[in-house]
Design a protein around this ligand. Structure first.
Ligand SMILES: [Ca+2]
Ligand SMILES: [Ca+2]
Ligand SMILES: [Ca+2]
Length: 394
């Protein structure tokens, strides 16, 4: 099988570490431990001596008892069975891996069933689990071949945007959780709205290719395409609602359907492939969209826009609360969820942490504020708000 692993894996690891730290601002720089040699599952089974090792194997299911490994309808995210062959069915040739709390949302099969069949590297202590050869106290998970990154890089700490108007967030000071969400809503609502046709012109400015002022960058795919190539035909770019219209039935009248904090240029075909799917990890490669992944119920874009995407989605959930004639947009941790909801919130939070705010993203936010809508995305200005408002679900 072939996966574009390197970038997406580094990102996944960085996100896991960020979650474990549970705070975007608390970046602690430590010395990375020396990397242990990678061993096979059969070697790990033969080496149950309490030593630390990195084991490479294919995810074949979830152990639920000494001689039982389930391969569907996973009961939780607590354990993985890995083997040297993706088709292994004998539990005696499997290693049972305990999944610590911080890794469950990304490495547990109930949350991420698409892990089955993937080759992974897991680092931990070789010792019995479920009275069976196992690995416990895992400190790192990665798709095979990537470089585990046990600590975030210093650049993960965002620099405050000097263009935030004085006093803009004063009424949110000291608040957390739902009180913070409510205060932010009142700060960013009442914004100027664009017509759907004005969105074309706004995106040509906001998403201009920094290396070619005649082009825009298509959001998920990263492809540079002429601004004049907008339209509805194959290989045109059009206006992608990263929060799909159908997840709130808001259409394209002035309001959420024209809010450029979440609207982006995208290739017509890629836009169609994304459709109204929720966001989650995994699937198969997307045509015309390098390092994008999709399956029947979810879409995953390239790594460098995962955070940008997440922050636009978080903005939508706070901006639209059902008090202005549109639906109350909210996040949940599901795919195929109910109307007005978009998921998965825990995946989006991990993406927010793993792909931090850049100066280019701040510049886009400032331009929306100064030129178009006169409201700001709080999660670009204050990344730490995301965990406070949405972290309880994860
Ligand atoms: Ca999926
Ligand atoms: Ca980014
Ligand atoms: Ca809302």
């Amino acid at each position: 099988m072939s996966f574009s692993v390197s970038r997406r894996l580094r990102l996944t690891l960085a996100s896991l570490v960020a979650l474990a730290l549970a705070s975007f601002m608390a970046v602690v720089i430590t010395t990375a431990p020396a990397q242990a040699a990678t061993i096979t599952v059969s070697t790990a089974i033969a080496t149950q001596n309490g030593s630390t090792a990195t084991v490479r194997g294919y995810v074949v299911g979830q152990p639920t008892a000494t001689n039982t490994v389930v391969t569907s309808n996973y009961p939780n995210d607590y354990a993985l069975a890995i083997a040297d062959s993706t088709s292994e069915t004998s539990t005696s040739k499997m290693l049972y891996v305990q999944i610590p709390d911080a890794f469950r949302s990304s490495w547990g099969l109930q949350s991420t069933p698409s892990l089955k069949g993937r080759q992974i590297d897991v680092t931990g202590t070789l010792t019995a689990y479920f009275s069976h050869p196992g690995l416990k106290n895992a400190t790192a998970f990665a798709f095979a071949g990537s470089t585990p990154t046990p600590t975030p890089t210093p650049t993960a700490s965002p620099t405050a945007d000097p263009n935030i108007p004085a006093g803009y967030y004063d009424s949110a000071a000291g608040l957390s959780g739902s009180a913070l969400k409510s205060a932010l809503h009142n700060i960013i609502d009442g914004n100027t709205t664009l017509t759907y046709s004005e969105v074309w012109e706004a995106l040509k400015v906001l998403d201009q290719d920094p290396n070619n002022s005649a082009n825009v960058i298509e959001f998920y795919s990263g492809v540079s395409t002429p601004k004049t190539n907008n339209g509805g035909d194959a290989d045109n770019w059009n206006r992608e609602h990263t929060w799909p219209q159908s997840h709130g039935d808001f259409g394209t009248v002035n309001g959420p359907g024209t809010d450029v904090h979440h609207l982006r240029p995208e290739d017509v075909t890629v836009n169609s492939t994304r459709g109204n799917k929720d966001f989650d990890l995994g699937g198969s490669a997307v045509s015309q969209c390098s390092d994008c992944w999709t399956d029947a119920d979810s879409f995953e874009p390239r790594d460098s826009v995962k955070g940008d995407l997440a922050r636009g989605i978080l903005y939508m959930a706070v901006r639209y609360n059902g008090d202005d004639g549109f639906a109350d947009l909210e996040l949940n941790n599901s795919v195929n969820g109910s109307t007005n909801y978009l998921g998965k919130v825990c995946v989006l939070l991990a993406w927010h942490n793993a792909d931090p705010v850049t100066t280019a993203e701040q510049a886009r936010n400032n331009k929306i504020y100064s030129t178009y809508q006169h409201n700001r995305n709080p999660f670009i200005d204050h990344p730490e708000y995301a965990q406070s408002i949405f972290g309880a679900a994860c």
